[in-house]
Design a protein around this ligand. Structure first.
Ligand SMILES: [Cu+2]
Length: 165
């Protein structure tokens, strides 16, 4: 592992992890990054500086945090069902409001291959379900569900939540 022969000494502003992370990111994502190279480097620089885990730079390159966006929470229909789609921007809607004691089913449907949300995880329920493309996956919530109940993609990049009233 002698990587430093051509690498210029990086000034103190960006830390030591950045060059390696940026290189591996670009290797992995070149197929999707044509024409967006500079943008990608800038994005990775931001991720590498902001994320001490570093584990997220390989997934969800177009990730947008949804929590501050128009977060109109969805509520169940007459059958107690809520539809949630997963695509390259995350889960829609990112927030679901349910009524305590009412049987509720979340029906997930992944509508895009351009997403790493190929599964959905409910950490509090210790539940993970695969999300095959364009196939409904129904998850019935337990009656005694705690609030808020969170769900996320398999790598923990996209998040959603269920609030129980
Ligand atoms: Cu992800």
């Amino acid at each position: 592992m002698t990587q430093h022969n051509e690498t210029p000494q990086v000034p103190s502003d960006s830390g030591t992890a950045l060059p390696t992370q940026a290189q591996s990111f670009l290797r992995r994502h070149r197929f999707g990054m044509v024409g967006a190279g500079l943008l990608g480097v800038l994005a990775v620089a931001g991720i590498a500086n902001a994320d001490p885990n570093g584990g997220h730079s390989t997934c969800c390159t177009g990730h947008h945090h949804e929590s501050s966006a128009s977060a109109a929470a969805a509520t169940p229909d007459a059958n107690g069902k809520v539809l949630v789609t997963a695509d390259g921007r995350g889960f829609h809607p990112p927030s679901v409001e349910i009524t305590k004691g009412q049987k509720t089913t979340l029906e997930f449907r992944r509508t895009s291959n351009e997403t790493c949300a190929t599964s959905v995880v409910f950490p509090e329920l210790k539940l993970e379900r695969a999300l095959p493309l364009n196939q409904p996956v129904a998850i019935e919530l337990p009656a005694d569900v705690s609030s808020p109940l969170t769900f996320q993609c398999g790598m923990g990049m996209y998040h959603g939540k269920v609030v129980v009233h």
